[in-house]
Write a new protein. Structure first.
Length: 373
């Protein structure tokens, strides 16, 4: 199967990009002819390595340059940019003689241009976010643009959602919808307690409004004085980093809550914590939860749309909380106080995520792609 994946760029070390790189490499290992097509990569290096044999093509349509210009110039040049994108993507599809083109709703601004090729190549669209929820957190202009994108997605040959909840939304906008979760990038056989740093609570995620790290900081502030030996490390980057640090300082948690940069060895970070907290308003899937559980780490997560409730068996492999500070704080305190139960929960979590192992999930993804041919 000749298959290409279209994404804005592979320049940021975020969850969608990491998952895509893993998927591209896995399909190549399975014997498929795989191409990664970006359109805003420019001179930035690929943040995740691609397997030898995976081709990379950049269309050089740097849409983000338009935001530096006036509104009128942006509108005018945006029309030409979309035409250039469509022309270059169409040429790439022809040159590569593709069977399947996979794109994500991450590339909203070019949805109509991409879907216009539906008679030329089989198109599969993937959702990596809780799109129906995300539409509530954007401006009226962005919602208007999103509705046009929703109409365009009717032309895709298959729509793949990561969760059942997200799939229900997409069944209103696409003719054929299926659910395939993200694969685990790793599974730790050794989850011995020797790796753990006593009292370490971990959170992993980019510093953006959706992730609600402020909720975690506020929740920990309610119990920090009671448990002096416990502390929180938050790994990530993003525009809200300075704002979050100011909140930490204002609550007197400097030294107890620490912001750490992204790491290439996130597995070691999971293995060294007592439990993980995810405090988002919404998630596309919740890969961080699955990764932590694969390292034998119990998790505390908000029961947000859509992934956590499908991943965590509440009270067995982790704890689900309401979208409020008090409940999150109470569940974190439970984890701190119940040492034996917490460790047993981690063991059960480790077994529960076997269903997400890469070998199994990648067969499901490959079968989904092949089903449109």
């Amino acid at each position: 199967m000749k298959i290409a994946f279209l994404i804005r760029s592979l320049a940021l070390a975020h969850g969608v990009e990491r998952t895509l790189a893993d998927k591209v490499n896995a399909l190549s290992e399975m014997g498929h002819e795989v191409t990664l097509i970006t359109y805003e990569q420019g001179t930035h290096p690929l943040v995740f390595p691609l397997r030898q044999g995976v081709r990379h093509v950049d269309l050089d349509c740097c849409y983000f340059h338009l935001y530096r210009k006036s509104l009128l110039r942006r509108l005018i040049e945006g029309v030409f940019m979309r035409r250039r994108f469509q022309r270059r993507l169409s040429a790439a599809v022809s040159q590569l003689q593709l069977d399947v083109l996979v794109t994500t709703i991450y590339s909203d601004e070019f949805a109509r241009a991409t879907m216009s090729l539906h008679r030329k190549v089989r198109i599969v669209v993937e959702s990596h976010t809780a799109y129906s929820i995300e539409m509530e957190h954007v401006s009226a202009v962005q919602r208007w643009r999103s509705r046009h994108a929703l109409h365009a997605y009717r032309h895709c040959h298959l729509f793949i959602a990561l969760t059942r909840g997200d799939a229900e939304f997409w069944k209103k906008h696409a003719a054929r919808v299926t659910v395939v979760p993200n694969p685990l990038p790793f599974y730790c056989e050794d989850i011995s307690l020797a790796h753990r740093k006593p009292g370490r609570i971990l959170c992993v995620g980019s510093f953006q409004s959706q992730k609600r790290h402020d909720r975690l900081v506020d929740a920990f502030s309610l119990i920090a004085d009671k448990y002096k030996n416990w502390y929180v490390d938050i790994i990530g980057d993003g525009v809200l980093k300075d704002t979050l640090q100011q909140r930490i300082d204002r609550l007197g948690l400097t030294g107890r809550v620490t912001l750490l940069p992204p790491t290439a060895d996130v597995r070691a970070e999971y293995l060294s914590c007592e439990f993980l907290v995810q405090c988002s308003d919404y998630e596309g899937f919740g890969l961080v939860l699955v990764e932590a559980m694969a390292c034998g780490v119990p998790v505390v997560s908000t029961a947000c749309p859509y992934g956590p409730a499908e991943i965590i068996d509440d009270g067995i492999t982790g704890l689900l909380t309401k979208l409020d500070v008090a409940d999150l704080s109470a569940k974190m305190e439970w984890m701190i106080l119940h040492d034996a139960e917490r460790r047993e929960m981690g063991i059960k979590a480790h077994k529960a995520v076997l269903r997400y192992r890469k070998q199994q999930i990648m067969r499901e993804w490959a079968a989904a792609y092949a089903s449109v041919m």
